[in-house]
Design a protein around this ligand. Structure first.
Ligand code: GLY
Length: 354
């Protein structure tokens, strides 16, 4: 047993943590992962993406820094990305085969694992708010299509004209997909789904994800973003996760729940090991990154790609993606505040003591 614990400890070792330095809050956001080409990224384009990511990060951070709830922080961050035409969520969502924009979103509260989700909605400006209303004002978890829109009207959501969501770039992508008989992957070089995860000063976590799905989607196709356990999961005992990528693979792996389940099992293992003084806490800090990377490797093994963001009760704010880039950002009460696009651009460490 001793030898096994020592091996596990070594395998998980990255950098030492100091519990007393753990951030009081942390936040991570994403605006989609994908095959991003640095050569195509003009300084103007980069500045525009970074500015919107930073605005989203700042909106969520402000709430957390002032002692607000993780749930409010993720909604504030996601609304900014839904309102930006740069991301595939809300305004700027991709087009379906039929030339419409159909929106999916989900949200989960780590305190009680209450969850809400909507799929295939065409007239709600901020789908994340409707998902949250399903969570708080219905006895259901997921509503779809016309029914979800009727629920929205009943709950006082204004009907947004469909033209609001349409952008020329997304329409051109659909036209190219049809003209050149391409798959969505050829025109959606980045998936563009948005999401946020947060830990607040009370130790509560929340996760949310919002998307237009994939260009040219047909037959009522729904990806991972509105599926609790695939695109979104939050559990105060383990972590909060939001995913972006090729939804079919994230559904098959059950990515968001899989990461939380492995982290919860690790936490239980750690508690036993610490009681036996076999596993110094200093050696366990790499577990969230390792677990997220392992689950993303599993997605890749099946042929899928994309990425995840997660926060943990200790304040880790972790990214993991198997694409060339992921629009992303993170901020913590320990002073981390950064946005990044391509792989390896992070300046800060994911560990809470930095
Ligand atoms: N990850 C978004 C989708 O596949 O629809």
């Amino acid at each position: 047993m001793k030898k096994l614990l020592a091996l596990v400890a070594l395998a998980l070792m990255t950098q030492p943590a100091h519990a007393e330095d753990a951030p009081k809050w942390s936040l991570a956001i994403h605006g989609g992962a994908g095959t991003l080409d640095p050569a195509q990224m003009t300084p103007e384009k980069r500045a525009a993406y970074e500015a919107d990511l930073q605005r989203a990060l700042d909106a969520g951070s402000k709430i957390l820094a002032e002692g607000g709830a993780a749930m409010d922080a993720i909604k504030a961050a996601i609304i900014i990305m839904e309102d930006s035409p740069l991301f595939n969520a809300g305004k700027g969502a991709v087009f379906t085969w039929d030339g419409t924009n159909e929106l999916d979103a989900s949200i989960m509260d780590g305190r009680d694992r209450s969850a809400g989700a909507i799929a295939g909605v065409k007239t709600v400006k901020n789908p994340i708010l409707l998902a949250d209303t399903v969570r708080t004002q219905s006895e259901h978890v997921m509503l779809m299509g016309a029914g979800a829109e009727a629920f929205a009207v009943e709950k006082g959501f204004a009907a947004t004209p469909p033209e609001y969501f349409a952008t020329p770039a997304r329409r051109e992508a659909l036209e190219r997909l049809k003209a050149e008989k391409l798959s969505a992957l050829h025109v959606d070089h980045k998936f563009g789904t948005v999401g946020a995860v947060a830990l607040d000063q009370s130790g509560n976590m929340a996760a949310g994800t919002s998307t237009g799905g994939m260009t040219g989607k047909r037959w009522g196709r729904v990806g991972d973003a509105p599926l609790i356990g695939a695109g979104t999961y939050a559990d105060n005992r383990a972590c909060a996760v939001s995913a972006t990528g090729w939804g079919e693979y994230f559904i098959r792996v059950g990515v968001a729940h899989e990461i939380c389940a492995r982290l919860r099992a690790f936490e239980e293992f750690k508690t036993i090991a610490e009681a036996e003084e076999e596993l110094p806490v200093e050696l366990t800090n790499g577990a969230p990154q390792r677990i997220a990377d392992d689950v993303m490797a599993d997605v890749a093994k099946l042929g899928g790609d994309g990425g995840v963001i997660l926060v943990t009760p200790e304040g880790h704010a972790v990214f993991s993606f198997n694409t060339t880039g992921m629009y992303r950002g993170r901020a913590t009460s320990a002073g981390v505040n950064e946005v990044a696009i391509f792989g390896g651009e992070e300046k800060a460490s994911a560990t809470p003591d930095h």
